[in-house]
Design a protein around this ligand. Structure first.
Ligand code: SAM
Length: 247
């Protein structure tokens, strides 16, 4: 079994990591803006393409799952029991999700899906493993079906990442040099890139606003300011939400 796959799966099986995941990454203004960009993006795509049958891969504690709307039925899959337990408890019962333990590298479904999405997961693998995931996704996606995921454009300096992770960087993150590198990877994997939605346009300024507003207990004002800055478009965002289609 591949070492990086096992390492990632083991990390998120730990109870304390599963419990603190959302709070540590998405409770401060910058994380909240990032989260709301992703939720809005997924919901807009579901509405625009009338995607009814969804699969979420590596749903974690249902950060996104619990806020996705407009579909008929969905399966949310993860390898971690600890994550799935939290995911179930956080998701409103009226949402048509079924939670399932499973492995992204071995997707076995009788049926196919119109839309598959996966966030903060594929980025943790090197190309060979990413290609294996793409093949699994293609296997269970309808012809013309959509696939959404997040891709980092810009690698935060190693010192900043170390500081954020309390001194230890535990997982690999793939960062793309530019759009062309990302597009080529997806074309080679048999997808057509439909759109790239940028998220966190001015990372350094927005990270400072987030930190200062949090220290001053002015998180809501920080959130609004960071979100306002998203309107000022650049060609150098922190990451993209990628929409692609099975060819
Ligand atoms: C960083 S979390 C992302 C959670 C969520 N997608 C989000 O964006 O907040 C990564 C998730 O991948 C799950 N995971 C790790 N290896 C997996 C695998 N081989 N198949 C399915 N899920 C896996 C972990 O259990 C964890 O919940």
């Amino acid at each position: 079994m591949n070492h990086s796959r096992e390492k990632l799966a083991r990390l998120y099986q730990k109870d304390h990591i599963a419990k603190s995941y959302i709070d540590e990454r998405f409770s401060r203004p910058l994380g909240r803006v990032q989260h709301s960009c992703q939720v809005d993006c997924i919901n807009r795509i579901i509405e625009r393409y009338k995607a009814r049958h969804l699969l979420e891969i590596a749903c974690g504690p249902a950060r996104l799952t619990s806020e996705v709307r407009g579909f008929e039925e969905g399966i949310a899959l993860d390898r971690s029991d600890a994550m799935l337990e939290i995911a179930k408890s956080r998701t409103p019962v009226e949402l048509p999700w079924q939670f399932m333990k499973g492995d992204a590298f071995n997707l076995n479904f009788e049926r196919k899906f119109n839309l598959i999405y996966s966030f903060r997961f594929i980025r943790h693998f090197k190309l060979k493993e990413r290609n294996k995931i793409y093949r699994q996704i293609k296997k269970v996606l309808n012809p013309g079906g959509f696939f959404i995921f997040d891709a980092i454009r810009h690698n935060k300096p190693i010192l900043l990442r170390k500081y954020e992770s309390g001194g230890k960087i535990e997982v690999y993150d793939k960062a793309y040099k530019n759009k062309a590198e990302l597009q080529n990877e997806l074309i080679n994997a048999g997808f057509e890139v439909v759109d790239l939605y940028s998220c966190i346009e001015h990372f350094y300024i927005q990270a400072c606003i987030s930190r200062i507003s949090h220290i001053l207990s002015m998180d809501n004002m920080g959130f609004r300011t960071i979100r306002f800055l998203e309107k000022l478009k650049t060609s150098t965002p922190l990451e993209w939400t990628v929409l692609c289609q099975k060819k």
